[in-house]
Design a protein around this ligand. Structure first.
Ligand code: UDP
Length: 378
């Protein structure tokens, strides 16, 4: 079969590879000049540092098959992500841990004492299941920690008050009553030594795959294919005819310095009066390399307008209604599969993207085998 894949991020690359290995001829179209989508990494010409061009990406997963998959295409270096936050001129660890609680309240609690203190003296449980980010945060940690670490950051990140946002966003960040300060609690964690772009290029490196960069999709190309895998924006496929699905985008303000600027890869700035959300210092993502200079990005979230790069799907009530309408159109589309973060309008981590892409490719191949068997039997 002639397969067309639109988008050369993890979704598109993994699907292309699985189908090429099964003997199909795959063409991949990518509108940007590089593969790997928003995971793209690039060596900075001035400093030689490997830069996460579209913001920090740390690979972490509990999925042993996905971990084995990425390790087939790249050498991974062990890396445990640790995040700090500057709040009111003081530096704390994130996610909230026993250390953060003790530092913030000037105490020396042991785990059970801290748990009781948060539960009895801080938390404001609601009468019902928390309906918003704010209710969830108040029930979990109380107003002092919420206002210091979450309210301002979330307002800047999402451009909305946390009482309008779903509780699920906060569930990405656990609160711990131990000194464990790794940002992620997954079994496998690491960074590809040569960067994500080399990893994705490795996945795409197969004689059955033809990659075209700087090549936006046209419907004529779709008509020439037997099946299309679409990993671009769902609304974009339909010419945005029902309206735009809302996203947040990011602006990065780059600066360089000598030596070590902040001593860690990511420093969050939750204070309301700091206009950016965080500073990423890229050389800390490659601690096995040595560089005299350093390159940092200040990160400013804002509303995504046409022409901007979409990052975070907003998924509030209005967007979900529009999404359901686009999903109905998508279900009626013959010979097209909508995949990945943009194709399904969900905020998913890299490991989940790869898992879903593997499943989508296998489902497609199984369906194809069934169809071929039926035709042969006729
Ligand atoms: N968040 C926050 N303060 C922080 C870090 C995160 O309020 O210092 C909130 C914010 O709303 C964010 C959510 O927690 O959208 C999830 O954080 P995570 O680090 O998972 O976001 P990512 O950067 O991966 O999108």
């Amino acid at each position: 079969m002639r397969i067309l894949v639109v988008g050369a991020g993890f979704s598109g690359a993994v699907i292309a590879r699985e189908l090429a290995e099964a003997g199909h001829k795959v063409t991949v179209l990518e509108s940007r000049t590089h593969v790997a989508g928003n995971c793209h990494t690039e060596r900075c010409a001035e400093t030689g540092i490997l830069v996460h061009v579209y913001g920090p990406h740390i690979f972490h997963t509990d999925d042993a098959e996905v971990w084995a998959y990425v390790n087939r295409y790249a050498r991974f270096q062990p890396y445990a992500h640790r995040v700090k936050a500057t709040v009111g001129g003081q530096v704390f660890g994130l996610p909230l841990s026993l250390h953060t609680i003790n530092q913030f309240f000037g105490r020396a609690f042991r785990p059970e004492e801290a748990r009781r203190f948060i539960l009895d003296d801080q938390a404001q449980p609601s009468q019902h299941e928390p309906r918003s980010f704010e209710e969830q945060a108040l029930a979990m940690m109380g107003p002092a920690l919420y206002q210091a670490f979450f309210r301002g950051y979330t307002e800047k990140q999402w451009g909305l008050s946390p009482d309008q946002l779903p509780a699920s966003i906060l569930k990405r960040l656990p609160m711990r009553f131990s000194y464990e300060d790794s940002y992620f609690a997954h079994r496998f964690q690491g960074l590809p030594e040569a960067g994500y772009t080399a990893l994705v290029a490795g996945i795409l490196d197969h004689p059955g795959i033809d990659v075209h960069l700087d090549c936006p999709y046209t419907p004529e190309q779709g008509q020439r294919a037997d099946h299309l895998f679409w990993s671009g924006p769902l609304d974009g496929y339909f010419g945005n005819r029902l309206g735009d699905l809302g996203y947040r985008t990011l602006d990065f303000e780059r600066f360089t310095a000598q030596g070590d600027w902040q001593g860690c890869a990511v420093m969050n700035y939750p204070d309301r009066d700091t206009p950016y959300t965080r500073i990423t210092e890229h050389k800390h993502f490659s601690p096995w390399e040595r560089h005299e200079m350093t390159v940092c990005y200040r990160e400013y979230p804002r509303a995504c307008t046409p022409g901007d790069i979409p990052y975070y799907p907003i998924r509030l009530t209005q967007e979900k209604l529009l999404l359901a309408q686009y999903e109905r159109l998508a279900a009626e589309e013959c010979g097209v599969s909508f995949v990945g973060r943009l194709g399904t309008y969900r905020y998913i981590d890299m490991d989940v993207t790869i898992r879903e892409a593997l499943d989508a490719a296998r489902g497609f191949l199984a369906g194809h085998a069934r169809r071929s068997a039926t035709v042969a039997a006729l």
